[in-house]
Design a protein around this ligand. Structure first.
Ligand code: AGP
Length: 613
């Protein structure tokens, strides 16, 4: 939530900042702003997207070699110009951008008001800006120390960058709970919420840790202290990200590109881990924790949204293949419901961004109770990756579209590998069966590519037919139940059509009341597991004149005879079907959203990484 970019060096800051904001716009896009320091400290900000900010500043003097910029996802105060960042301090000598929430801002604001401060916005961020100014003036300390001291008074989460008229060569950056990366160029510095705006300038980066404050000065070495004034040595890492991964590469939207990348991203998730010729699975990041997993009384999976759906597939996989009991928890519920957690528990946190606030909080809670925490993250160096004891990266590459697609299939791939590894250690599968699944998994990238081709025409026809409906129902059983949930989530988040996912057999306990000739019902009715039962559920819908769209295994004849639309996917093992069946559902939502004129990559009210509760 919210994108932060800052620059100091010999180059003009504006082009770097505005391009950086465009790369970070997926994090929030309800207002945007920029502060540039030349002979004065100028803040320009406006409601709306980065393109509106560009338009807003087209006639102003944008010179300056130091600046900060922000794209916002509103938490405190509606998305308008006054609440947009950067925020000036009262004297207009300091400007600040912020990602996160200052929970005690009300109290701090009251105190500042008694000291004569007035506020132009309803944000928590303006409170922090004035708090820093107040400390700087009254305690006669440097800007760096003023920021540090102010952050000791703050409760909540923050990634901030501060700029001051008095200090034209300095940026101060700090983080707690929200990500911040500092890029170290030849003779300049870049700061951003993630590495995407930095990669084209430098591969040397420092990820700030919680409660660290960085002093970033033109022509000086980077200095870092904790908010309690303890010196830290900056740890410089090399970015491995590829610049082309951040471009649309000829596709109309990032989401479409990411859907089509899945044959490759799934392969990347398996690379060096699946060794069919040896009959082994190896996951370097969890190998040290295998005895713990084997001895665990259960695995608890914590995640949110799409990652939670991947976790549900994980539950089926671990229980079915490795016979390890699993509980899948919404991180937001888990963290507040006083759960029973023991030292023998293994918690797996799943997150694309690695920054989701609820998932991070769930990890901290489980850690405090002595559980072993493993992570499945896509973003390398992210907060969740660093907060866990071990784990594996999904290696799906940067996912820019707000609706998660390739991250989901990569998460499911990793969970499959983990479950297979545990199954082989526990001996819960016969060697023959284990090898059959390994071989089938190896073929999945190719079958995803086939699915993309096979489903193309019908998915488009279905989208055209149902693009104007108000409701959709998605039904599946067993491994396909989480697929139904994920299909429904994809549709609602990008097309704003109300959609529900259900286990197919639950339909008769309520949702069946919704079925009439206007109700499209998507069935995931592939040929394994509870296929016969799902066929009966389809009949129940047809008997009530519902419109059936069925995802079936290639060559199916039974469902073909009943459904209104058939979308075929290649044959595979039952536990691998989610990796294929999800693909046409992603495409269906994509086409419907485009046909309805929705902003596919930046759906309303959403942000890619949810760094607030
Ligand atoms: C997915 O399409 C959503 N945008 C959302 O549900 C997302 O999966 C959720 O916010 C969790 O994010 P994470 O994987 O980065 O933790």
């Amino acid at each position: 939530m919210c994108g932060i970019v800052a620059y100091v060096g010999p180059k003009q800051a504006y082009p770097i900042l505005i391009n950086g904001l465009k790369k970070l716009e997926y994090r929030g896009y309800d207002s945007a702003g920029i502060a540039l320091l030349n002979s004065s400290l100028n803040v320009y900000k406006t409601k709306g997207k980065v393109s509106e900010l560009e338009n807003f500043v087209k006639d102003v003097d944008l010179r300056g070699t130091i600046g900060i910029a922000h794209t916002r996802w509103a938490t405190h105060g509606e998305p308008n110009q006054a609440n947009a960042h950067p925020h000036y301090s009262q004297s207009r000598e300091i400007a600040l951008i912020h990602n996160g929430i200052i929970e005690n801002y009300g109290l701090l604001r009251k105190e500042l008001e008694t000291r004569g401060y007035t506020f132009q916005s309803t944000t928590d961020t303006e409170v922090l800006t004035n708090l820093i100014e107040d400390i700087k003036n009254n305690e006669h300390v440097s800007l760096f120390d003023a920021v540090r001291i102010a952050l000791n008074q703050v409760i909540g989460a923050y990634a901030i960058v501060v700029i001051s008229y008095d200090d034209p060569d300095t940026l101060i950056a700090a983080r707690k709970g929200s990500p911040l990366v500092i890029g170290i160029g030849k003779d300049d510095y870049y700061v951003a919420s993630d590495a995407t705006p930095i990669i084209e300038y430098t591969k040397n980066v420092v990820y700030l840790d919680d409660e660290e404050v960085a002093l970033i000065q033109r022509s000086s070495d980077l200095k870092i202290k904790t908010i309690r004034n303890q010196e830290k040595t900056p740890y410089v890492q090399q970015l491995e990200m590829n610049l082309t991964a951040l471009e649309k590469g000829g596709y109309e939207h990032f989401m479409l590109k990411e859907i089509y990348e899945q044959p490759f991203s799934i392969k990347d998730s398996m690379r060096g881990r699946l060794h069919t010729e040896l009959g082994t699975v190896s996951l370097g990041g969890i190998v040290d924790f295998e005895p713990k997993i084997l001895a665990a009384s259960r695995i608890i999976i914590v995640a949110c949204g799409t990652s939670w759906h991947a976790g549900l597939v994980g539950e089926y996989l671990f229980e079915d293949l490795a016979r390890i009991p699993v509980e899948v928890e919404y991180a937001s519920e888990f963290r507040y419901r006083n759960p029973v957690i023991n030292e023998s528990d293994v918690v797996i946190a799943i997150s694309q961004s690695g920054e989701t606030a609820d998932t991070l909080a769930a990890i901290e809670l489980a850690k405090s109770k002595g559980a072993t925490i493993l992570g499945i993250c896509n973003v390398v160096g992210s907060s969740i990756a660093r907060a866990t004891h071990g784990g594996s990266y999904t290696h799906a590459g940067p996912e820019i579209g707000v609706a998660s697609t390739k991250a989901f299939t990569a998460q499911v791939t990793l969970l499959t590998l983990m479950a297979l590894r545990m199954a082989s250690l526990k001996g819960t599968l016969s060697r023959t069966r284990y090898m059959q699944i390994l071989h089938a998994l190896e073929l999945i990238p190719e079958k995803v590519a086939q699915t993309l081709i096979l489903s193309k025409k019908t998915v488009y026809e279905v989208a055209e037919k149902f693009k104007d409906v108000r409701n959709f129902l998605y039904l599946g059983r067993g491994y396909n139940f989480p697929v139904a949930l994920e299909g429904a989530l994809k549709l609602k988040e990008i097309s704003y059509i109300h959609a529900e996912g259900y286990p197919a057999a639950e339909m008769k306990h309520g949702p069946i009341a919704l079925i009439d000739e206007d109700m499209p019902v998507v069935f995931i009715a592939t040929n394994k597991g509870t296929y016969d039962k799902v066929v009966s559920n389809i009949q129940e819908v047809k008997a009530r004149k519902g419109q059936v769209i069925a995802i079936v295994t290639e060559g199916d004849t039974i469902v073909k005879g009943m459904a209104d639309y058939i979308i075929e996917i290649p044959e595979t093992e039952e536990m691998l079907v989610p990796l294929l069946a999800t693909i046409p559902l992603q495409k269906l939502s994509y086409h419907i959203a485009v046909m309805r004129g929705c902003n596919v990559d930046q759906p309303r009210n959403l942000a890619k990484s949810v760094t607030v509760e």
